[in-house]
Design a protein around this ligand. Sequence first.
Ligand code: PLP
Length: 431
Amino acid sequence: MKYYSTNKQSPFVDFKEATIKGQANDKGLYFPQSIPILNQEWLDNIEDYSNEEIAFRVIKPYTGNTIQEEKLYEIVKETVNFPIPLVKVDESAYTLELFHGPTLAFKDVGARFMSRCLGYFVKDRSTKVTVLVATSGDTGGAVANGFYDVDGVEVVILYPSGKVSPVQEKQLTALGKNIQALEVQGTFDDCQAMVKTAFADKDVTDKLFLTSANSINVARWLPQQFYYFFAWKQWKNKDNPPVISVPSGNFGNICAGILAMESGLPVKHFIAACNINDIVTDYLQTQQLIPRAALPTLSNAMDVGNPSNFSRILEIFNNQFPDLQKRMSSFTITDEETRKTIRQVYDNYNYLLDPHGAVGYLSLKRYLADHPAAQGIFLETAHPVKFPDAVEKETGYSIPIPASVRDIMAAEKKSTVIKPNYDLLKDFLLS
Ligand SMILES: *Cc1c(COP(=O)(O)O)cnc(C)c1O
């Protein structure tokens, strides 16, 4: 499998090079040259396979011959070694709980896969690789956890000060060792812009071998397809495939789902569930993608004003707007609606949503209101304990703290505070 850049000005690369580089030199995103088509019989009998077998089957064509089969199997086995259950919430809505990994958010799958691949690819290199990443909340923790103590890899994480939850902050600042946290006095978009500038700055790239662990990296983006296959494995009504609602920010997760659908996975329709940072919702109305500054919301991991993976979605549909419109809808959910949804779903169905899941649930319900024969799945992308303020206030329920969180909350925060100014990041990287 080869990958091309969506800007079409960089040479083709294999999975190894795409993973090590992160982004193409022409600033495009790497995209697979062809989308593998999965065997129909295998999809019909998916219940017969373990999650690790499914993951291996799905990812193998993408890695080609860059990773030995036994090694790849070991990597996917470690990547998906926690439960990903499909849980019924009400008559028409099921949730796929993606928060049972070590940092309690779906990003664990991508971060665990990528860190293991990168560790494998760089093990014979003489120079270190520096993973530079901006986070709106959950990426930082997942990347820190995935890369912690991986030989030959240094990690620098930029996060917006005061805009991530206490659990999120501890998960990315408390580990130490090869993980460094920069607390930026600005927004996620500031962090992302600083990271992008660093990748384009020759002074930096001449001295450091930089790569990204955001979902622009194929090794983080592609394994996110696994969830959608695990959902299908647990879906009982195979004659009526699910509508899937994905709480979306940078659009990596939903884009992986759409890719899975293009490989043959039965999905009736996708819903991009957005908070008020809804430039894609607008796009589906107007066909104009107009980036805006991100506004802070309760579902902070989705506070993105210029979603980088959207260009990959357009690539899947060859920029044909009508094809995209047939396959994907989008809804905007306000914080007030998010709160009300958390409260009502707890009161009526005794299910505890986190703010991201609440955006996913309500978007699904809006779609189903106009499509009564359909049934759907929304992704629960984070554990409610990561957002205790909103969840406990609405439900009156005090969420028991999982052991992993208790340990990290007791650890000391270590961050370097900087202003949202690229030169400060540059000094930090070069020092
Ligand atoms: C990152 C994240 C999202 C958004 O996912 P994208 O792939 O960026 O669209 C949604 N919910 C949670 C909890 C997240 O951490």
